[in-house]
Design a protein around this ligand. Structure first.
Ligand code: NAD
Length: 493
């Protein structure tokens, strides 16, 4: 471990113990930032903004291009850290770093495309236009399950938009954050001196550190990824000072399987989405609505696949399901299973595995729970590999149940019936931020805007025009006439 950390120039020291979910052993210790240190970092970020906003956007993009190069050169090492700290299997750790590289490429192109509109003026000799200016320091508060990609989605855009970034990673994954920051610093060193110090900083700490960032007026944009509980606490604090939030909160994602679905494709999508990252993705598949005509073969086959899933050390080739993040995640899963059983659920899997090899880590067999209805337990997000399966006879009923949960992140349908697919995507169809046809709900590409509705928070990150959340819009009207006509034809005096 020390060798991996020293590759990034990190020497662990401090009081906060960081453990690997692989075996529960200590990876190292870090020091949390106290209130004074956080205040100093915010002040430094505000100073960095003064100069960074004046650097032309394409030049800012050059820094992100260099950062992408650092990521490419250090992909394996960073992915290894993701695996150690978050417990992702090797392929998913590499995928997470690839996502960082992809967003860097996207942001480099974007740095030449921060377009505003030209608007027809109602007044003669006038022109109207919309400009996009940097907003100011952006706080990024991130969750353990995407310990580096979420920061990259935010910071690659923020940096080309002219905003410094202060990153408060999950207290469970500080080392990956320090490593990613070290790579960014290498890019800054190659870039030259027009990148100010403190363009990107890391604040280490728990909830209190996040709260300090949320409350600080010097930070106009707070992008927070985590549980809906966290969003409930954070959003009023930021909005009370008229700050802007980008919220990426919990999901409770579903798939509707229709009679015409190609079942083998559906099954592959279900398994990847429901058990990948041990069910600890915001987009993990948690609810499956299966048409009664295909329920028997599909559920039977899923149960057989689940019984043979290779669960274990995520570093080992062939493992598909790594550990849960910690004991609390395991207990939350077991509680949900007991409750689902009490509501009439029939459970396959869900038990703890490998306890003898890893007494301080939490490996589980992913669970399939057949439910008689969409109960209270099914309606909430349990951050673990539990797939609730419900049967339906009518597409309309499945759609109503699909939308009946408080979360609105990702959704999908498997069908070869064009009407069903189009109805799922129509205004009265899926109410989620992401809606897919014949693809599972997880594993989004960075080119699209990522995020969800309702309790998922409404924020959008990554592709499309998500960059606008990191900038302030200015409407400018220019009078090139010799007169001063007023809008709405008003005659004044
Ligand atoms: P969490 O809510 O426990 O913590 C997330 C982050 O918020 C951490 O950095 C934490 O220190 C901080 N935090 C907690 N309370 C805070 C407060 N009151 N003010 C400011 N900061 C606070 O979440 P987690 O367990 O790390 O991650 C799992 C959750 O994240 C799941 O609910 C998952 O769906 C969600 N998630 C959502 C997305 C998305 O894009 N929608 C992506 C990844 C994870």
């Amino acid at each position: 471990m020390d060798a991996v950390l020293s590759e990034f120039g990190i020497s662990p020291a401090g009081n906060h113990v960081v453990r690997s979910p692989i075996d529960g052993n200590e990876i190292g210790r870090v020091a949390f930032d106290d209130a004074h240190a956080i205040d100093r970092k915010i002040a430094a970020s505000a100073r960095a903004f003064q100069s960074w906003r004046d650097v032309p956007a394409p030049r800012r993009g050059e820094l992100v291009r260099l950062f992408g190069e650092e990521l490419r050169a250090n992909k394996d090492a960073l992915a290894k850290l993701v695996t150690l700290e978050a417990g992702k299997i090797t392929a998913e750790g590499l995928g997470e770093v690839q996502e960082m590289i992809d967003i860097c490429d996207f942001a480099v192109g974007l740095s030449r495309q921060l377009y505003g509109l030209t608007i027809a003026s109602e007044r003669p000799g006038h022109r109207m236009m919309e400009q996009w200016h940097p907003a100011g320091p952006v706080a990024v508060i991130s969750a353990f399950n995407f310990p580096v990609a979420v920061w990259a989605w935010n910071s690659a855009l923020a940096i080309v938009c002219g905003d410094p970034v202060i990153w408060k990673p999950s207290e469970k994954t500080p080392f990956t954050a320090l490593a990613a920051q070290a790579l960014f610093s290498r890019a800054v060193a190659r870039f030259g001196k027009d990148a100010p110090d403190a363009l990107s900083q890391v604040v280490l700490g728990g909830r209190e550190a996040g709260e300090a960032l949320a409350a600080d007026k010097r930070i106009p944009v707070v992008s927070a990824t985590g549980s809906t509980r966290m969003g409930h606490a954070l959003a009023p604090v930021v909005s009370a000072r008229f700050g802007r939030t980008i919220l990426e909160l919990g999901g409770n994602n579903a798939m509707i399987v229709c009679p015409s679905a190609k079942l083998e494709l559906a099954e592959r999508a279900i398994v990847f989405a429901a058990v990948g990252t041990a069910g600890q993705r915001c987009t993990s598949l948690r609810r499956l609505f299966v048409h009664e005509s295909v329920a028997e073969p599909l559920i039977g086959s899923l149960k057989r696949t689940y019984a043979q899933l290779p669960v274990g050390d995520p570093r080992r080739a062939g493992t598909l399901v790594g550990p849960l993040i910690d004991a609390a995640a395991f207990e939350g899963m077991q509680r949900a299973l007991v409750e689902a059983k009490g509501e009439g659920g029939s459970i396959a899997g869900g038990e703890r595995l490998l306890e003898r090899d890893f007494p301080d880590a939490f490996y589980v067999r992913p669970a399939i729970v057949e439910m008689p209805a969409q109960t209270k337990t099914v309606m909430r997000e349990t951050f673990a590999p539990i797939l609730y399966v419900m049967r339906h006879a009518r597409f309309e009923d499945a759609l109503v149940a699909h939308n009946a949960v408080p979360q609105g992140l990702s959704s999908c349908i498997f069908t070869r019936d064009m009407q069903e697919a189009e109805r799922f995507l129509a205004a009265a169809g899926s109410d989620c931020g992401i809606a897919n046809v014949n693809i599972g709900p997880s594993g989004a590409e960075i080119g699209g805007a990522f995020g969800g509705e309702k309790e998922t928070g409404g924020g959008r990150e990554s592709g499309s025009d998500s960059w606008k959340a990191y900038m302030r819009r200015q409407t400018a009207t220019i009078n090139f006439s010799d007169d001063l006509p007023l809008a709405q034809g008003i005659v004044f005096g």
